[in-house]
Design a binder for this molecule. Structure first.
Ligand code: FAD
Ligand code: MG
Length: 339
């Protein structure tokens, strides 16, 4: 083999290997306290995956309660003391969270932080607190005591001991921000999965609808009860299965009813919302899960075009009429379709 040919073959091999390493079917990383998987079709570029995960880390650094320097930690540390100027996107998410708190009558409340810390669900020191301990902190959970100043992007928690927690809304915001990056990159289709906050983007190659599995709330992550068939949409679920512990035969999960300080218990195992904006779906799914079916439906009436799948403890399922839901686990039954 002559010298030129050898160089050419070596270069070709290098190019082949480089292109392999620059294209990935999907990427999986731990971010926002959960497992995040991004799938860019067909074979996304490494640089786009990098941009998305960098963005997720940026959002986590601004909005996590577990990062001391985050905007949220700084606001919480200054509760009852002073206003704190935050990044405009943190401000935007808090503002939206307060909007949903008002609309849901406080069922969704971003000032739920003291309850999250008291129960510590999902952490080593998780515990059922005494009623006394709960009663003591309940007055701190009140979105009306979050003061926002739009001119300066500053946030003030009026009562010492108050604490924000954006765990029920910021993953949705992060999903929407990932969508922006993917759309700018001209990737034709993609799947974003941020710990169950899902977005399917673009059209499938064969033009068929996306099939998105709905988690079986009684089983481990990844086991589905059925699926919805949808075009480009976000699918967001709040349920009892995501974080919980059991004590004396009772299950204590991580979505609290701010009016009594206990995990919401109203016959629902999970609520899945299917709509366009993931941040809104995230906040709303938590709100509806806390409100329960009857009040939850009333709230959803404010959001035409938002579809829902409710799964109940008695193994029945109710879906809204605008969604194609296909049951695959016959131990459950679809009771009726509403509106
Ligand atoms: P959702 O229903 O969307 O949200 C439930 C979560 O919201 C609860 O875990 C609680 O934090 C909060 N919440 C509970 N009740 C209410 C209510 N009534 N109104 C409003 N909010 C409520 N997890 C870790 O273990 N470690 C981390 O370091 C960590 N960092 C994170 C950083 C960010 C920026 C975000 C967004 C999440 C982080 N998480 C972390 C994950 C987080 O604690 C939750 O587990 C997760 O967001 C719950 O999402 P979900 O979709 O299961 O439930
Ligand atoms: Mg939520």
């Amino acid at each position: 083999m002559d010298f030129k040919k050898t160089i050419f073959l070596k270069l070709s091999l290098l190019l082949f290997l480089t292109s392999c390493s620059q294209n990935e079917a999907s990427r999986f990383e731990f971010a926002l306290g959960t497992f995040c998987t991004i799938t860019l079709f067909e074979q996304g570029q490494a640089s786009i995956y990098n941009n998305i995960f960098t963005r997720l880390n940026e959002i986590e650094n601004l909005m996590s309660v577990n990062i001391l320097s985050s905007d949220i930690s700084r606001v919480n540390a200054a509760a009852g003391i002073e206003h704190i100027q935050v990044h405009e996107e943190t401000f935007k998410v808090i503002e939206r969270a307060v909007f949903f708190a008002r609309l849901s009558g406080g069922a969704f409340d971003p000032s739920v932080g003291p309850l999250v810390s008291l129960w510590n669900i999902g952490k080593d020191n998780q515990q059922v607190p005494s009623r006394n301990e709960i009663e003591k902190i309940l007055p701190l959970i009140n979105w009306r005591n979050i003061e926002l100043d739009k001119n300066s992007n500053s946030v003030y928690l009026k009562v010492k001991g108050m604490a924000l927690d954006l765990g029920a809304i910021a993953k949705g915001y992060a999903a929407d921000e990932s969508v922006k990056i993917i759309k700018r990159s001209n990737t034709p289709r993609a799947i974003i999965d941020l710990g169950g906050n899902i977005v399917v983007l673009g059209e499938k190659k064969d033009k068929s609808l996306w099939k998105v599995g709905i988690q079986n709330p009684e089983k481990d992550r990844g086991e589905t009860i059925g699926y919805v068939q949808i075009p480009e949409k976000t699918v967001v679920t709040s349920g009892v299965y995501e974080r919980f512990f059991e004590e004396n035969g009772n299950r204590y999960h991580h979505i609290f009813n701010p009016s009594n300080g206990y995990p919401a218990h109203n016959g629902l195992l999970s609520v899945t919302l299917i709509t366009d904006v993931s941040m809104d779906a995230d906040a709303l799914s938590t709100a509806v899960f806390v409100l329960g079916y009857n009040e939850g439906i009333k709230l959803l009436n404010f959001f035409p075009g938002t579809e829902a799948v409710f799964i109940f403890e008695d193994k029945s399922i109710i879906t809204t009429q605008g969604i194609d839901f296909f049951l695959t686990d016959n131990s459950f039954s679809v009771k009726q379709n509403i509106f």
